[in-house]
Write a protein that binds this ligand. Structure first.
Ligand code: ADP
Ligand code: MG
Length: 695
């Protein structure tokens, strides 16, 4: 396989555009893409035709507007290119209008009340800043999705808006530093993706995996991740065949899949791409997840993307590596080597610090979901408390600036920002703090709280917008200053003083941190029901409106959808538990009990006085457990009915978190105990050991 030859072969990228489009049209389209300006309507027809010819040449027969509704996954509605001719034949046709807008019935996508039924129509519009591509003989056109009245119904539009907001404010800052040549600033993201690969047969045999993506029952296996022999361990043949295949598919789609390795848990793996512009990174991560599932099925495997497929075994997350870059390719979070660069770096850095402190709530709620609630705060993923890690060196620099003292041994004098040079900061790669939710890693921030199933669009909308808002405030202040360097120094020092409470370089998993964070008055929003309602807090709505990222109605609709999704997921899990409990576990244990009782009867009649005390222990234990589990199923059933009567989404979510989840956990505990005491051949579905060591 010649990678450079296949790389991007299924993508209508700049190079293909240049080849296939008339010079003038290409120039105009390129400008649209690079500057994020409006598409010139007069060229749409020419572009559509070239796109169609290219796609048909590659065997495509259909096209679709590929968009990201608020379900978090992608949606597509396929139309074929065929168009009848007068002589009863067909030609392959694709018009500019079909490229630019599509109409689709929006009524089955979540809208959180934004779309009343009388305006069920939804529109999709081509987002020319993301390349079209071919997947399964279909030309996919990355699109935005909105309602008849113009409200956004997707994750892409607000992401693009937040990128524009960040651009506007970052440019103001760069101008203050005398930079007049940069035309655009955009956020960059590299999303590391964790996942589990299990045998397809195991998956099919478990109703909970099929219906909810995670195991709702299952006793801890004798061997889990204790030996730490899986992390970076040798990759098994079947898995490496999968990875090879996956890489090839992704490369064809122009995705720079770069490193693949085993993760901590058995059967767990990770894929890291090379970072790119955020909206592209977001589209690409969706394709990565989709392709993982598709390729796995070709190998008789199943790819689990759930945040916590197995209790007691590390779950899966997604690390969102985030930075800002200029159109000249300069990373704005890279500490430079001259005084001016250092001052600029410190200012961008402090914008992030202040943003994370002031919007802990938004960062927390943008990574919350029923699935991710199992991870955050569970000593394997960052805690539910948001804080920022800067590393020892940078923290010492900040400390010296704040206290107006010499930076430890490395500089002779007291440092003045904008005048002096920062000491060189080591890019430590070995001793990184892996427990921090938001960690500075040399020239970017790694937001580590995302769940593995997440669309990265949501969290990046938040990060871009909150940083944009701090840059706005900084620019407002500095633009008025008469002595720029003095004002810069003051601003940075003041920001350090006011927001240093959010900096924490220690172990985020420790109990002391929870106490310390409380002392620092940091938020600790434990679950979705606590976190999500904060979305519509006044300060947050004002933030989004100020930067035209969301209207208040859009904020409320998104909050509704997330709350509703939380309740629906738990309701499905509850119902699945009831079914598996009643239809699979209860009868299986009863069958075993009945055989055990027969054995006791046989033994005692053949050998009167024989010791059957262990049989009796098992019988009593299983019998009691089965009764208790059955009762819990009934309790869950009642609670689910009760939950339905609660019409307020926030109240319903609270009910699930506080009332339903504890009973589900208790039902599971009885079932898991029975698994440990029931003969293997009676147990109705594969166990953790069967699944985790199946590949
Ligand atoms: P690690 O030691 O965590 O593997 P890497 O430097 O390999 O660190 O980066 C991990 C991820 O961060 C990769 O996806 C990489 O492309 C991405 N990344 C690197 N630099 C940037 C940047 N400036 N902006 C966004 N993401 C970046
Ligand atoms: Mg990482």
């Amino acid at each position: 396989m010649k990678v450079p030859e296949i790389f991007g072969e299924n993508v209508f990228n700049l190079q293909v555009m240049q080849d296939k489009l008339p010079k003038e049209v290409f120039k105009s389209l390129k400008e649209t893409i690079e500057k994020g300006t409006m598409l010139d309507a007069s060229i749409a027809g020419v572009v559509a035709n070239a796109m169609k010819d290219w796609a048909v040449e590659k065997g495509a027969t259909h096209y679709t507007h590929w968009f990201q509704p608020m379900t978090g996954i992608t949606a597509e509605k396929h139309d074929s290119f065929i168009s009848p001719t007068k002589d009863g034949k067909v030609i392959m046709d694709f018009s500019g209008k079909e490229l630019v807008v599509g109409e689709s019935d929006a009524s089955s996508f979540p809208s959180g009340g934004v779309r009343a039924t009388f305006e069920a129509r939804g529109y999709t519009a081509w987002d020319p800043t993301s390349y079209a591509f071919i997947k399964d003989d279909t030309l996919c056109i990355p699109s935005t999705f909105f309602s008849y009245s113009g409200e956004v119904l997707d994750k892409k539009t607000p992401l693009l808006r937040s990128m524009r907001a960040l651009n506007d404010q970052a440019i103001r800052i760069l101008r203050l530093f005398g930079n007049t040549s940069v035309k655009r600033v955009y956020p960059t993201v590299g999303a590391e993706q964790e996942y589990f690969l299990i045998d397809r047969k195991m998956y099919d045999a478990r109703k909970d995996l099929v219906l909810s993506g995670r195991t709702l029952f299952g006793a801890k296996p004798p061997k889990g991740q204790e030996l730490e022999d899986h992390y970076f361990g040798p990759i098994k043949l079947r898995v490496s065949a999968f990875m090879k295949d996956l890489d090839e598919e992704l490369w064809k789609l122009g995705i720079f899949a770069k490193t693949e390795h085993n993760e901590v848990a058995p059967s767990q793996h990770e894929l890291a791409p090379i970072f790119t512009v955020t909206n592209l990174a977001s589209d690409q991560n969706q394709l990565v997840m989709e392709t993982m599932k598709k390729v796995a099925s070709r190998h008789g495997l199943y790819c689990l993307l759930h945040e916590k497929p197995f209790k007691g075994v590390n779950g899966s997350g997604k690390h969102n590596n985030w930075s800002m870059s200029t159109d000249k390719g300069v990373n704005l979070l890279d500490p430079g080597s001259t005084p001016a660069e250092n001052g600029q770096f410190m200012l961008f850095l402090m914008a992030v610090v202040k943003a994370v402190d002031e919007y802990q709530d938004l960062l927390r709620l943008t990574v919350t979901s029923a699935g991710n609630d199992h991870r955050l705060g569970a000593n394997e993923a960052p805690p539910a408390i948001v804080s920022i890690y800067l590393g020892e060196e940078l923290t010492e620099v900040i400390d010296a600036l704040e206290r107006d003292v010499k930076y430890k041994g490395k500089t002779k004098q007291i440092m003045k920002l904008g005048v002096d040079t920062l000491p060189e900061l080591p890019k430590d790669t070995t001793d990184r703090n892996r427990t921090s939710p938001f960690a500075f890693t040399g020239n970017k921030f790694e937001f580590r709280m995302l769940g593995s199933t997440f669309s990265i669009a949501g969290p990046n909308i938040i990060v871009n917008t909150i940083v944009a808002d701090e840059l706005r405030q900084f620019a407002d202040e500095l633009e008025k200053a008469s002595d720029f360097n003095a004002a810069l120094h003051d601003l940075v020092v003041r920001t350090i003083k006011e927001h240093k409470r959010i900096i924490f370089n220690g172990n985020n998993y420790s109990e002391e941190w929870t106490k310390e964070a409380e002392r620092r008055c940091l938020l600790n929003l434990k679950n979705s029901a606590e976190a999500l309602p904060r979305f519509a807090d006044r300060k947050n709505v004002e933030l989004f409106e100020r930067h035209k990222v969301f209207t208040e109605r859009e904020v409320r609709s998104r909050m509704e959808i997330m709350l509703d999704n939380y309740c629906k997921v738990l309701s499905i899990e509850g119902q699945t538990m009831i079914e598996m409990g009643r239809q699979e576990i209860y009868p299986a244990v009863n069958a075993y009990l009945s055989d055990l009782c027969a054995a006791v009867r046989n033994k005692t009649s053949l050998f009167p006085g024989i010791d059957v005390s262990s049989d009796e222990k098992v019988i009593r234990r299983l019998s009691a457990d089965n009764e208790a589990m059955f009762a819990k199923a009934e309790e869950i059933e009642k609670l689910l009915l009760d939950a339905k009567t609660r019409t307020d989404a926030a109240e319903q979510a609270k009910f699930f978190a506080e009332k339903v989840i504890p009973v589900m956990e208790s039902m599971r505990a009885y079932a898991d105990d029975m698994e440990a005491y029931t003969a293997k051949k009676y147990w109705p579905f594969p166990t953790y050991a069967d699944i985790l060591f199946s590949v």
